[in-house]
Design a protein around this ligand. Structure first.
Ligand SMILES: Nc1ncnc2c1ncn2[C@@H]1O[C@H](COP(=O)(O)OP(=O)(O)OP(=O)(O)O)[C@@H](O)[C@H]1O
Ligand SMILES: [Mg+2]
Length: 314
């Protein structure tokens, strides 16, 4: 089954909703043939990756894929990856194109060291490579990188824009919904079109007629129940079973950051954890969060957190 986020990803600048300033800047660069290194900053799911891909397609046509690399920095943010994968791609010769493009998603979570390495690479390989950093917070990017980049600010999408997008997908997929359902979709997705698209796709598997109740019932609620179940299972001492439950949660696309903050809410709000030990659990969770931020492998760190929970019973 094709993912709707790919199916509905705009292929041309004309199809990008909103973001007129950034799109104009990109078009101007294209026209001049002067593509700079860039920071695309803004909230999740408003078109940053999309615009980077459209730019690459406009530049390189059919060959765009061979001259483009996308790295999700939160999984690959270690210095070794920057010095390995990124460097290898940056220094290799572009294929029927003047340069290559590297998109680093979530670059604001790159370590300082990794950013310093990138800064050197940007200079060394500026003849063959352009770097695009996609960030939620520009302030986490070191000054020398910021000063080497054109900065494009992506705006939160207006309600009107989100409605435009909902109408487009609804029409093309034959979904029926009233204004109240659209309002609720806009509300739960907070303007994040990726979240919105994924939600619409999963709702369409339930019914082609979408109501606001369905939207609220399915926006994150199921996951939260599953997460709680996973925590309770671990606390009950069954590490393997809790691991299975969380593999399902992660399989539905939950990212580590979201997962950890959900877990924080559950263990502090729902009184799932005995008061006597809850401070240890929070401390352990904070440690896991920190290690992941510092570049440890998220999956292993998370498993170690679950293993810790499952020892508490004894
Ligand atoms: N401005 C937009 N116009 C049309 N579709 C959009 C727009 N922004 C996002 N989308 C839709 O949402 C999906 C995700 O968008 P995209 O990957 O560009 O988000 P992003 O800004 O890079 O988010 P993140 O910060 O989470 O990486 C796209 O596949 C597309 O379907
Ligand atoms: Mg992105």
């Amino acid at each position: 089954m094709a993912l709707w986020i790919e199916k509905y990803r705009p292929k041309r600048f004309e199809d990008v909703i909103g973001q007129t300033d950034s799109v104009e800047k990109l078009k101007a660069m294209l026209k001049k043939g002067d593509i700079q290194h860039m920071i695309l900053s803004g909230p999740p799911g408003v078109g940053k990756t999309t615009c980077a891909i459209v730019l690459t397609m406009s530049l390189f046509g059919d060959k765009w894929n061979q001259n483009f690399m996308e790295l999700n920095a939160s999984d690959d943010r270690k210095l070794s990856v920057i010095q390995g994968k990124v460097k290898e791609f940056a220094r290799s010769r572009p294929i029927d194109a003047p340069f290559k493009i590297i998109l680093l998603d979530e670059a604001d979570s790159l370590t300082q060291e990794a950013q310093q390495a990138l800064r050197r690479m940007m200079e060394e390989y500026s003849g063959t490579c352009r770097f695009i950093f996609s960030v939620n917070y520009q302030s986490n990017i070191i000054e020398p990188l910021q000063s080497r980049c054109a900065i494009l600010r992506f705006q939160p999408l207006s309600k009107e824009d989100v409605f435009k997008f909902i109408n487009k997908v609804a029409e093309s997929e034959g979904l029926k919904m009233d204004e109240k359902a659209k309002e609720s979709l806009e509300y739960v997705s907070k303007g994040d079109l990726r979240a919105l698209t994924n939600l619409l796709q999963s709702l369409s598997n339930i019914s082609k007629i979408i109501t606001d109740k369905m939207v609220y019932d399915n926006a994150g609620m199921i996951d939260r129940g599953k997460i709680k179940e996973g925590i309770e299972t671990a606390l009950g001492g069954d590490y393997l079973k809790s691991r299975k439950i969380f593999e399902e949660v992660i399989g539905t696309g939950a990212n580590m950051k979201e997962l950890l903050s959900e877990i924080f809410d559950i263990i502090t709000d729902d009184k799932v954890v005995d008061k006597k030990i809850s401070s240890y659990v929070v401390e352990k969770l904070a440690e896991t969060d920190y290690r992941i931020l510092e570049g440890a492998t998220p999956y292993i760190q998370f498993q170690s957190f679950l293993a810790f929970l499952s020892t508490l019973k004894h």
